[in-house]
Each structure stands twice: as C-alpha cells, then as structure tokens.
Design a binder for this molecule. Structure first.
Ligand code: SF4
Ligand code: SF4
Length: 382
C-alpha cells in the first residue's frame, strides 16, 4: 500500500508531539444507569449462567450478559461487538479482567432480545461468536499469553491450547455445577505472564533441553555478565572459546547438569536459544487462588511434569485437565476451591482421585525452601 502520512513529520519528530496524557477517564464510557447509581448498589443476583442483575438503592436495575471472548480478536469482531452494543445497550460495553465481554441493559424486557441476538451469532466454522456464561461456580475464560502468535520465548502456544481446553470444558462455561469457581490460566513460558502461579488449574509451557550457544556472535549480541546473572542455578559461566577458524572469542559455557531449561539466559542473550520441537511441552499446575475467602491465597503446585505439545488440539493435555475437573467436581465440598480440596484430603489422595502419576520431578529441589515442601510428619494416608 502506498504511504499515507498521519501528519507526523519525521524531519521534526518532536514538533506537535503530544505525550503523558494517560488513558481516557473511565466514567466517560459509563452507561447512564451505571453513572447514576455508582456507589449505591444494594445487592446482586445471578439469574442464570452468564446473566446478572444488580439492584440499586434508587430501585434501578442493571442486567448484565457476560459472553466469552477469544481475547485475540480482529477489528471486524470488535465492530460486531460495537454493532450489538449500539443495537441493545446505547453503544456501551465493557471487558472483564478475564477478557470476557459484558453487555448491560437497564430493564428486564431488553434482556431476552439481547440474549437471543448473542446466541444466534456463529463463525463460518461453526464456533459461537458470543457464548453466554462465565458466572458463578463454573469455569470462565482462560487467562492466557502470546504463544507462537507473537513472543520469542514460548515453549508452547497460547491461543491453540486455550481453544482446545475451552472446547473440552465448554459445558462448564455455560453451567454452575462446580463446588466453587474454577480458574484456568495459561502461560507459554515460565515467565508466567498472567495468572498461572495462582490459578486452580494452570497450563505452562516447559523446555527440556539446555540452550544452544552461538559462540561466534555471543559476545557481539550479549552483555555476557547479564547472561551469567540471569541463571537461577548458576549454570552459566564466562568462557574463552576457539572457533573453527582459530579465532578466539569471549563467550559462555553452560553446565548442563545444573541447567533446568528455564530459558532466562535466552531472554537476556539472543545467542542462547533453546526452543525445541520434541523437547518442549506442557506442565500442569493446580491448587492456586488469589481470593482470601476462607483460606489465604495459594500458589498453584506442579502435578504433571510433562505433556508433549500435540498441536493443534493437545488431546493428552485436555483429557488430563478434564479428569482433574471431574474428580474435583465429584469430591469437593460446596465453596471449596480446588487447592482447599487437595489440601484437606491430602495431596496423596489428590493424585489417586485424579489418576495422576507421581514422579520425582514433582519434588521440590530448589534451594533451602524445598525442605519445607517435604513431609515432616508421619501423618499421611496409605
Ligand atoms: S509467558 Fe513467556 S512466552 Fe508467553 S508471552 Fe509471556 S514471556 Fe512470552
Ligand atoms: S536455561 Fe535457565 S537454568 Fe539453563 S543455563 Fe539458561 S538460565 Fe540457567
């Protein structure tokens, strides 16, 4: 496409430059009923999966319809969201902290036409464009990351694993049959962008091979001390290397016995790539939560050390997740989050009920704190 200037002058880059103006103020976009009743809400109810009503002291009501969002979406799709908002909601919508979309109307008679409209829309492939759900004790949207769409450090894909998982768990997006809500999150490397470390179930991209070393370019591309300091197990040390042509260069060496494939050194140094088609895959973690309802917030814990990448549908991974969800749904008490359940029955029972293999990989071996994760009691079940 031929170049079309926005009015920016590259010869005078600082001229007419606008900066530090921040985001638009949130209340510019409030629906009228929200603006009027802000801070006056009395109570709310979940009318059905995906549909909420909030009632104000003034007697006003606002009905909210929550629909699944794929997070990664085209402008065409956003325009369709706007078209629906224009038709039913005076042009107003909002996105939730888990990237679902919420349409709000100020009276009950506007609810059914909105729901019918949303449910009727499908992509040519057959997927629902705006599935209603995500409320209460069910499974809502999966918080996820960039994957092979855009990042350079992933060990797996985000959008692909998430679509495969949501398809398998879809009935629980539109239902509220679980003991408590169950948060699933995904991160494609252990930078853990997002919420994998604090979710009921977490999908995590994992490497199993140490980085390769591009000695020829390493000293030219990398600040060597940063690569050394990037390693949590001190596997990287400076080294003088003689290339095939006899040139001596500064580089690093990696002690493979100490490397646990975190990929931090590659984040710091482009000459230490480690992605690998058969080496890379998925780790599953469970039992995290962020709320302080009943029990304190918890980290999620590793329960499956490795599942291979099986794109495009990751069948082993989705079947394992489904098994964990079903064991939890069957066994946990009302209001009990997955982590609370596992801690109450004991992790040895959790592995039994979820039919997961316990391998040595799951035993913490990272520095002094690892000791506190071992069992210093005779209290356990056979
Ligand atoms: S989790 Fe890792 S690979 Fe995924 S987007 Fe974040 S940094 Fe990139
Ligand atoms: S991948 Fe991680 S553990 Fe291995 S050398 Fe790099 S920083 Fe160290």
């Amino acid at each position: 496409m031929a170049f079309i200037s926005s009015g920016y002058n590259p010869d005078k880059p600082m001229e007419n430059r606008i900066t530090d103006i921040g985001p638009r103020k949130y209340d510019e976009f409030y629906p009228a009923v929200i603006a009027k009743n802000k801070g006056k809400w009395l109570y709310h109810e979940i009318l059905e999966p995906g549909v909420l009503v909030h009632v104000s002291e003034t007697g006003d009501e606002v009905y909210t319809v929550r629909v699944g969002g794929c997070r990664l979406m085209s402008v065409t799709h956003i325009r369709e969201i706007c078209e629906i908002a224009d038709k039913h909601c005076d042009g107003h919508i909002r996105f939730t902290t888990r990237n679902n979309i919420e349409f709000m109307v100020d009276s009950k008679d506007k609810l059914q036409p909105l729901k019918d409209d949303l449910s009727s829309r499908k992509f040519p492939g057959g997927s629902l464009k705006f599935p209603i759900g995500g409320t209460g004790a069910g499974i809502t949207n999966i918080i996820h990351t960039q994957g092979w769409i855009h990042c350079h450090t992933p060990a797996t894909d985000a959008s692909g694993t998430v679509k495969a998982t949501m398809d398998v768990l879809f009935s629980d997006f539109q239902d509220m049959r679980l003991p408590a809500h169950l948060r699933v999150s995904m991160a494609c490397c252990l930078n853990m962008c997002g919420a994998v470390h604090c979710s009921d179930i977490a999908i995590l991209g994992y490497h199993r091979k140490p980085p390769m070393l591009d000695h020829e370019y390493l000293d030219k591309m990398c600040e060597i001390p940063l690569a050394i300091a990037a390693c949590p197990t001190a596997a990287v040390k400076p080294a003088k290397i003689e290339l095939a042509d006899g040139t001596k260069v500064n580089s690093v060496s990696v002690n493979k016995e100490r490397c646990m494939f975190c990929g931090n050194c590659y984040t710091m140094c482009p000459s230490m790539p480690l992605a690998d088609d058969v080496g890379d895959g998925i780790v599953l973690m469970v039992g995290g939560k962020v709320s302080n309802r009943i029990s304190n917030p918890k980290f999620s814990k590793v329960v499956v050390a490795f599942i291979p990448n099986e794109q495009p549908r990751w069948p082993t991974m989705t079947a394992t997740i489904k098994r964990i969800v079903e064991a939890y749904a069957k066994d946990a008490n009302k209001y009990e989050r997955l982590g609370e359940w596992a801690e109450r029955i004991g992790w040895e029972r959790f592995f039994e009920k979820c039919e997961l293999e316990f391998t040595h990989h799951l035993i913490d071996d990272f520095r002094d704190p690892a000791y506190y994760t071992w069992r210093q009691t005779s209290n356990f079940k056979f």
